[in-house]
Design a protein around this ligand. Structure first.
Ligand code: CA
Ligand code: CA
Length: 383
Protein backbone atom coordinates (compact mmCIF):
# COMPACT_ATOMS: atom_id res chain seq x y z
CA UNK A 1 0.00 0.00 0.00
CA UNK A 2 1.39 3.41 -0.83
CA UNK A 3 2.08 5.86 1.92
CA UNK A 4 -0.36 8.35 0.44
CA UNK A 5 -3.16 5.86 0.50
CA UNK A 6 -2.28 4.80 3.98
CA UNK A 7 -2.35 8.36 5.23
CA UNK A 8 -5.64 9.01 3.52
CA UNK A 9 -7.15 5.88 4.96
CA UNK A 10 -5.75 6.58 8.39
CA UNK A 11 -7.45 9.95 8.39
CA UNK A 12 -10.62 8.33 7.23
CA UNK A 13 -10.69 5.88 10.09
CA UNK A 14 -9.46 8.30 12.70
CA UNK A 15 -12.65 8.04 14.67
CA UNK A 16 -12.20 4.33 15.11
CA UNK A 17 -8.62 4.78 16.08
CA UNK A 18 -9.36 7.56 18.55
CA UNK A 19 -11.53 5.20 20.48
CA UNK A 20 -8.33 3.36 21.27
CA UNK A 21 -6.45 6.50 22.17
CA UNK A 22 -6.26 5.67 25.85
CA UNK A 23 -4.79 2.30 25.00
CA UNK A 24 -2.27 3.99 22.75
CA UNK A 25 -0.88 6.06 25.61
CA UNK A 26 0.09 2.85 27.30
CA UNK A 27 2.14 2.12 24.20
CA UNK A 28 4.29 5.21 24.53
CA UNK A 29 7.58 3.43 25.16
CA UNK A 30 9.77 0.71 23.71
CA UNK A 31 7.72 -2.08 25.23
CA UNK A 32 4.52 -0.44 24.10
CA UNK A 33 5.88 -0.17 20.59
CA UNK A 34 6.97 -3.80 20.59
CA UNK A 35 3.55 -4.89 21.85
CA UNK A 36 1.74 -2.73 19.34
CA UNK A 37 3.69 -4.26 16.48
CA UNK A 38 3.06 -7.84 17.61
CA UNK A 39 -0.62 -7.17 18.18
CA UNK A 40 -0.97 -5.39 14.85
CA UNK A 41 0.59 -8.35 13.08
CA UNK A 42 -1.68 -10.93 14.72
CA UNK A 43 -4.75 -8.83 14.02
CA UNK A 44 -3.70 -8.33 10.44
CA UNK A 45 -3.32 -12.04 9.78
CA UNK A 46 -6.77 -12.63 11.29
CA UNK A 47 -8.38 -9.86 9.29
CA UNK A 48 -6.70 -10.77 6.05
CA UNK A 49 -7.67 -14.43 6.39
CA UNK A 50 -11.28 -13.47 7.03
CA UNK A 51 -11.50 -11.24 3.99
CA UNK A 52 -9.87 -13.65 1.59
CA UNK A 53 -12.08 -16.41 2.92
CA UNK A 54 -15.22 -14.39 2.25
CA UNK A 55 -14.08 -13.84 -1.31
CA UNK A 56 -13.03 -17.44 -1.90
CA UNK A 57 -16.21 -18.78 -0.38
CA UNK A 58 -18.29 -16.50 -2.57
CA UNK A 59 -16.54 -18.10 -5.53
CA UNK A 60 -17.16 -21.61 -4.24
CA UNK A 61 -20.79 -20.68 -3.70
CA UNK A 62 -20.99 -19.30 -7.23
CA UNK A 63 -21.87 -15.80 -6.01
CA UNK A 64 -18.98 -14.20 -7.85
CA UNK A 65 -16.87 -15.17 -10.84
CA UNK A 66 -14.48 -18.00 -10.11
CA UNK A 67 -11.72 -16.19 -12.00
CA UNK A 68 -11.51 -13.40 -9.44
CA UNK A 69 -8.14 -13.16 -7.69
CA UNK A 70 -9.13 -12.49 -4.11
CA UNK A 71 -5.83 -10.98 -3.02
CA UNK A 72 -5.98 -8.22 -5.61
CA UNK A 73 -9.44 -7.89 -7.08
CA UNK A 74 -11.02 -4.41 -6.70
CA UNK A 75 -14.21 -6.01 -5.44
CA UNK A 76 -12.70 -6.58 -2.00
CA UNK A 77 -10.29 -3.66 -2.01
CA UNK A 78 -12.22 -1.63 0.62
CA UNK A 79 -12.08 -4.52 3.07
CA UNK A 80 -8.42 -5.18 2.40
CA UNK A 81 -7.66 -1.48 2.79
CA UNK A 82 -9.51 -1.33 6.10
CA UNK A 83 -7.46 -4.16 7.55
CA UNK A 84 -4.21 -2.66 6.28
CA UNK A 85 -5.18 0.73 7.65
CA UNK A 86 -5.72 -0.71 11.08
CA UNK A 87 -2.27 -2.27 10.90
CA UNK A 88 -0.58 1.01 9.99
CA UNK A 89 -2.63 2.97 12.50
CA UNK A 90 -1.72 0.63 15.35
CA UNK A 91 1.98 0.84 14.54
CA UNK A 92 1.79 4.62 14.16
CA UNK A 93 0.10 4.96 17.53
CA UNK A 94 2.40 2.57 19.32
CA UNK A 95 5.71 3.53 17.77
CA UNK A 96 5.29 6.94 16.17
CA UNK A 97 6.24 8.93 19.24
CA UNK A 98 4.35 11.96 20.59
CA UNK A 99 2.87 12.78 17.21
CA UNK A 100 1.77 9.14 16.77
CA UNK A 101 3.07 9.12 13.24
CA UNK A 102 5.95 7.04 11.98
CA UNK A 103 8.72 8.40 9.81
CA UNK A 104 9.95 11.45 11.68
CA UNK A 105 12.37 12.34 14.44
CA UNK A 106 10.19 11.74 17.47
CA UNK A 107 9.47 8.09 16.72
CA UNK A 108 10.15 5.41 19.25
CA UNK A 109 13.62 4.02 18.47
CA UNK A 110 13.30 0.60 16.88
CA UNK A 111 16.29 -1.05 18.54
CA UNK A 112 14.88 -1.10 22.08
CA UNK A 113 11.60 -2.39 20.66
CA UNK A 114 13.42 -5.36 19.15
CA UNK A 115 13.15 -4.10 15.61
CA UNK A 116 16.68 -2.91 14.94
CA UNK A 117 16.93 -5.68 12.37
CA UNK A 118 17.54 -3.49 9.36
CA UNK A 119 15.53 -5.50 6.90
CA UNK A 120 12.25 -7.34 6.68
CA UNK A 121 12.97 -11.08 7.06
CA UNK A 122 10.62 -12.19 4.26
CA UNK A 123 8.20 -15.10 4.37
CA UNK A 124 7.84 -17.88 1.82
CA UNK A 125 10.36 -16.01 -0.32
CA UNK A 126 7.61 -13.58 -1.25
CA UNK A 127 10.01 -10.66 -1.55
CA UNK A 128 9.25 -9.02 1.80
CA UNK A 129 12.78 -7.70 2.19
CA UNK A 130 12.28 -3.95 2.52
CA UNK A 131 14.80 -1.98 4.52
CA UNK A 132 13.56 -1.11 8.00
CA UNK A 133 14.77 2.22 9.27
CA UNK A 134 11.58 3.51 10.84
CA UNK A 135 8.30 2.16 12.09
CA UNK A 136 6.37 2.69 8.87
CA UNK A 137 8.77 0.19 7.33
CA UNK A 138 7.85 -2.24 10.09
CA UNK A 139 4.20 -1.90 9.14
CA UNK A 140 5.08 -2.46 5.49
CA UNK A 141 7.00 -5.56 6.46
CA UNK A 142 4.14 -6.95 8.53
CA UNK A 143 1.67 -6.28 5.75
CA UNK A 144 3.84 -8.07 3.21
CA UNK A 145 4.67 -11.08 5.37
CA UNK A 146 1.07 -11.32 6.60
CA UNK A 147 -0.15 -11.36 3.03
CA UNK A 148 2.38 -14.02 2.12
CA UNK A 149 1.40 -16.23 5.04
CA UNK A 150 -2.33 -16.03 4.44
CA UNK A 151 -1.97 -16.41 0.69
CA UNK A 152 0.18 -19.50 0.92
CA UNK A 153 -2.32 -21.25 3.17
CA UNK A 154 -5.45 -20.19 1.29
CA UNK A 155 -3.96 -20.65 -2.16
CA UNK A 156 -3.18 -24.22 -1.21
CA UNK A 157 -6.69 -24.67 0.14
CA UNK A 158 -8.69 -23.11 -2.68
CA UNK A 159 -6.18 -22.99 -5.50
CA UNK A 160 -7.15 -26.16 -7.31
CA UNK A 161 -10.77 -26.58 -6.30
CA UNK A 162 -12.88 -28.11 -9.05
CA UNK A 163 -14.80 -25.06 -10.18
CA UNK A 164 -17.53 -27.05 -11.94
CA UNK A 165 -18.74 -27.89 -8.44
CA UNK A 166 -19.14 -24.27 -7.39
CA UNK A 167 -22.66 -23.40 -6.36
CA UNK A 168 -24.00 -26.93 -6.74
CA UNK A 169 -24.35 -27.45 -2.97
CA UNK A 170 -23.76 -31.13 -3.49
CA UNK A 171 -21.57 -33.24 -1.25
CA UNK A 172 -18.37 -32.29 -3.00
CA UNK A 173 -19.19 -28.59 -3.01
CA UNK A 174 -20.12 -28.65 0.66
CA UNK A 175 -16.85 -30.41 1.33
CA UNK A 176 -14.96 -27.71 -0.59
CA UNK A 177 -16.59 -24.93 1.37
CA UNK A 178 -16.08 -26.71 4.67
CA UNK A 179 -12.38 -27.09 3.98
CA UNK A 180 -12.00 -23.41 3.15
CA UNK A 181 -14.07 -22.16 6.05
CA UNK A 182 -12.31 -24.39 8.54
CA UNK A 183 -8.86 -23.41 7.37
CA UNK A 184 -9.64 -19.69 7.45
CA UNK A 185 -11.05 -19.95 10.95
CA UNK A 186 -8.09 -21.97 12.10
CA UNK A 187 -5.60 -19.50 10.69
CA UNK A 188 -7.28 -16.72 12.62
CA UNK A 189 -7.57 -18.74 15.83
CA UNK A 190 -3.93 -19.76 15.77
CA UNK A 191 -2.77 -16.21 15.03
CA UNK A 192 -4.93 -14.88 17.85
CA UNK A 193 -3.69 -17.43 20.37
CA UNK A 194 -0.07 -16.79 19.46
CA UNK A 195 -0.58 -13.04 19.56
CA UNK A 196 -1.98 -13.23 23.08
CA UNK A 197 0.82 -15.53 24.14
CA UNK A 198 3.56 -13.19 22.90
CA UNK A 199 1.84 -10.22 24.44
CA UNK A 200 1.74 -11.94 27.83
CA UNK A 201 5.44 -12.63 27.49
CA UNK A 202 6.17 -9.01 26.62
CA UNK A 203 4.24 -8.01 29.69
CA UNK A 204 6.46 -10.27 31.78
CA UNK A 205 3.72 -12.71 32.66
CA UNK A 206 5.80 -15.63 31.49
CA UNK A 207 9.20 -16.19 29.91
CA UNK A 208 8.42 -19.10 27.62
CA UNK A 209 8.40 -19.71 23.91
CA UNK A 210 4.96 -19.60 22.33
CA UNK A 211 2.75 -21.50 21.95
CA UNK A 212 4.34 -24.18 24.19
CA UNK A 213 4.62 -23.87 27.06
CA UNK A 214 3.76 -20.25 26.40
CA UNK A 215 1.19 -18.59 28.58
CA UNK A 216 -0.46 -21.87 29.47
CA UNK A 217 -3.41 -20.96 27.27
CA UNK A 218 -2.19 -20.85 23.69
CA UNK A 219 -1.68 -24.58 23.28
CA UNK A 220 -5.16 -25.30 24.61
CA UNK A 221 -6.74 -22.72 22.35
CA UNK A 222 -4.86 -24.05 19.35
CA UNK A 223 -5.70 -27.66 20.13
CA UNK A 224 -9.35 -26.74 20.41
CA UNK A 225 -9.26 -24.89 17.11
CA UNK A 226 -7.49 -27.79 15.42
CA UNK A 227 -10.02 -30.26 16.68
CA UNK A 228 -12.84 -28.07 15.46
CA UNK A 229 -11.26 -27.75 12.06
CA UNK A 230 -10.70 -31.45 11.67
CA UNK A 231 -14.24 -32.30 12.73
CA UNK A 232 -15.82 -29.67 10.51
CA UNK A 233 -13.93 -30.84 7.46
CA UNK A 234 -14.56 -34.52 8.06
CA UNK A 235 -18.22 -33.95 8.83
CA UNK A 236 -18.58 -32.52 5.34
CA UNK A 237 -16.00 -34.61 3.51
CA UNK A 238 -15.98 -37.92 5.39
CA UNK A 239 -19.09 -39.45 3.90
CA UNK A 240 -22.02 -40.89 5.84
CA UNK A 241 -19.90 -41.69 8.87
CA UNK A 242 -18.62 -38.12 9.09
CA UNK A 243 -15.07 -39.22 9.66
CA UNK A 244 -12.04 -39.08 7.39
CA UNK A 245 -11.40 -42.81 7.56
CA UNK A 246 -11.28 -43.77 3.89
CA UNK A 247 -14.82 -45.11 3.94
CA UNK A 248 -17.14 -43.10 1.72
CA UNK A 249 -14.92 -40.04 1.93
CA UNK A 250 -14.88 -37.39 -0.78
CA UNK A 251 -11.76 -37.87 -2.87
CA UNK A 252 -9.12 -35.20 -3.39
CA UNK A 253 -9.61 -35.40 -7.14
CA UNK A 254 -13.35 -34.70 -6.81
CA UNK A 255 -12.68 -31.70 -4.56
CA UNK A 256 -9.82 -30.51 -6.67
CA UNK A 257 -6.79 -30.40 -4.43
CA UNK A 258 -3.06 -30.41 -4.96
CA UNK A 259 -1.72 -33.91 -5.50
CA UNK A 260 1.11 -33.27 -3.08
CA UNK A 261 1.42 -31.09 -0.05
CA UNK A 262 4.03 -28.31 -0.24
CA UNK A 263 7.31 -29.33 1.32
CA UNK A 264 7.36 -26.54 3.86
CA UNK A 265 8.40 -27.27 7.42
CA UNK A 266 6.68 -26.66 10.69
CA UNK A 267 8.84 -25.89 13.67
CA UNK A 268 6.62 -26.87 16.59
CA UNK A 269 7.68 -29.65 16.29
CA UNK A 270 9.97 -29.63 13.27
CA UNK A 271 8.46 -31.71 10.49
CA UNK A 272 7.84 -31.46 6.78
CA UNK A 273 4.38 -30.95 5.34
CA UNK A 274 5.43 -32.58 2.07
CA UNK A 275 3.75 -35.75 0.93
CA UNK A 276 1.18 -37.14 -1.44
CA UNK A 277 -2.45 -36.15 -1.05
CA UNK A 278 -4.29 -39.43 -1.36
CA UNK A 279 -7.49 -39.04 0.61
CA UNK A 280 -9.60 -36.70 2.73
CA UNK A 281 -7.45 -37.34 5.79
CA UNK A 282 -4.32 -36.24 3.97
CA UNK A 283 -6.09 -33.05 2.87
CA UNK A 284 -6.79 -32.33 6.52
CA UNK A 285 -3.21 -33.13 7.47
CA UNK A 286 -1.83 -30.94 4.71
CA UNK A 287 -3.91 -27.84 5.34
CA UNK A 288 -3.23 -28.19 9.04
CA UNK A 289 0.50 -28.45 8.55
CA UNK A 290 0.80 -25.61 6.05
CA UNK A 291 -1.44 -23.36 8.15
CA UNK A 292 0.77 -23.97 11.16
CA UNK A 293 3.85 -23.18 9.14
CA UNK A 294 2.46 -19.94 7.77
CA UNK A 295 0.93 -18.58 10.95
CA UNK A 296 3.93 -19.50 13.05
CA UNK A 297 6.32 -17.81 10.64
CA UNK A 298 4.25 -14.63 10.63
CA UNK A 299 3.97 -14.79 14.40
CA UNK A 300 7.68 -15.34 15.02
CA UNK A 301 8.48 -12.53 12.65
CA UNK A 302 6.26 -10.17 14.64
CA UNK A 303 8.49 -10.47 17.72
CA UNK A 304 12.12 -10.41 16.52
CA UNK A 305 13.17 -9.01 19.88
CA UNK A 306 12.13 -12.29 21.47
CA UNK A 307 12.66 -14.87 18.77
CA UNK A 308 15.56 -13.38 16.87
CA UNK A 309 15.80 -14.21 13.17
CA UNK A 310 12.93 -16.44 12.02
CA UNK A 311 13.57 -20.13 11.43
CA UNK A 312 15.12 -20.88 8.06
CA UNK A 313 12.00 -22.90 7.29
CA UNK A 314 10.09 -19.66 6.81
CA UNK A 315 12.02 -19.01 3.62
CA UNK A 316 12.96 -22.44 2.26
CA UNK A 317 16.08 -22.37 0.11
CA UNK A 318 14.62 -24.62 -2.55
CA UNK A 319 11.40 -26.41 -3.14
CA UNK A 320 12.04 -30.09 -2.85
CA UNK A 321 9.60 -32.73 -3.82
CA UNK A 322 9.07 -35.58 -1.49
CA UNK A 323 7.68 -38.98 -2.13
CA UNK A 324 6.49 -39.82 1.33
CA UNK A 325 2.85 -39.88 2.16
CA UNK A 326 1.21 -37.81 4.81
CA UNK A 327 -0.07 -40.13 7.45
CA UNK A 328 -3.57 -40.46 6.14
CA UNK A 329 -5.32 -42.48 8.78
CA UNK A 330 -4.62 -40.34 11.80
CA UNK A 331 -5.12 -36.72 11.11
CA UNK A 332 -2.52 -34.44 12.59
CA UNK A 333 -5.38 -32.26 13.70
CA UNK A 334 -6.86 -34.84 15.95
CA UNK A 335 -3.83 -35.18 18.13
CA UNK A 336 -2.53 -31.66 17.84
CA UNK A 337 1.12 -32.59 17.68
CA UNK A 338 2.08 -29.02 17.06
CA UNK A 339 1.10 -28.13 20.57
CA UNK A 340 2.86 -30.88 22.39
CA UNK A 341 6.49 -29.99 22.22
CA UNK A 342 8.48 -26.91 22.72
CA UNK A 343 10.13 -24.96 20.02
CA UNK A 344 13.83 -25.58 20.01
CA UNK A 345 14.71 -22.48 18.08
CA UNK A 346 13.32 -20.10 20.62
CA UNK A 347 15.46 -18.89 23.48
CA UNK A 348 13.61 -19.88 26.61
CA UNK A 349 15.55 -18.41 29.42
CA UNK A 350 15.61 -14.74 28.81
CA UNK A 351 12.80 -12.30 28.73
CA UNK A 352 15.19 -9.66 27.58
CA UNK A 353 15.18 -9.08 23.87
CA UNK A 354 18.58 -9.77 22.40
CA UNK A 355 20.35 -6.53 21.81
CA UNK A 356 20.14 -5.87 18.11
CA UNK A 357 23.51 -5.55 16.55
CA UNK A 358 22.42 -3.41 13.67
CA UNK A 359 20.97 -0.19 14.94
CA UNK A 360 19.48 1.52 11.94
CA UNK A 361 16.90 2.59 14.45
CA UNK A 362 15.24 5.89 14.42
CA UNK A 363 17.65 8.57 13.41
CA UNK A 364 18.09 11.97 14.93
CA UNK A 365 15.84 14.66 13.54
CA UNK A 366 18.72 16.14 11.60
CA UNK A 367 18.93 13.04 9.46
CA UNK A 368 15.40 12.10 8.60
CA UNK A 369 14.89 8.56 7.41
CA UNK A 370 14.17 7.98 3.77
CA UNK A 371 10.46 7.71 4.18
CA UNK A 372 8.84 7.05 0.83
CA UNK A 373 6.30 9.83 0.58
CA UNK A 374 5.67 9.72 -3.11
CA UNK A 375 2.57 8.04 -4.41
CA UNK A 376 4.52 5.12 -5.73
CA UNK A 377 3.80 1.85 -4.05
CA UNK A 378 6.47 0.31 -2.00
CA UNK A 379 7.98 -2.86 -3.28
CA UNK A 380 6.40 -4.68 -0.41
CA UNK A 381 2.84 -3.87 -1.25
CA UNK A 382 0.72 -6.84 -2.16
CA UNK A 383 -2.67 -5.35 -1.71
CA1 CA B 1 6.65 10.41 14.97
CA1 CA C 1 -15.72 -41.79 6.11
Amino acid sequence: MSIERVRFAVAFLAVTVLSHASASRAFADALGCERAIAQASAKYVQGRAKILYKCEDAKANNKIRDTIVCATDPLFQPQRLAVSTRLYATVNLGCGGPNQDCGDGDDQPLGPAGWGIGQCPDLANAGCTNAITNCIHVAQCLECTGNAAVSQALDLTYGEFESSEFGTNDTVNRCQRAIGKSVAKYLASRAKALGRCWDARLLGRHSNPCPVPGDGQAALRIAKAEDKKQKSICKACGGADGTCDGSGDVTPSAVGFATSCPAVDTFTPPSSCGGAIVDAASIVGCVDCVSDHDVDCASDESVPGIVGPPPAACNPATTTTTTSTIAPSTSTSATSPATTSSRPSTPVASTTPPAPTTPPSTPAPSTPPPTPRSGSSSSTSRS
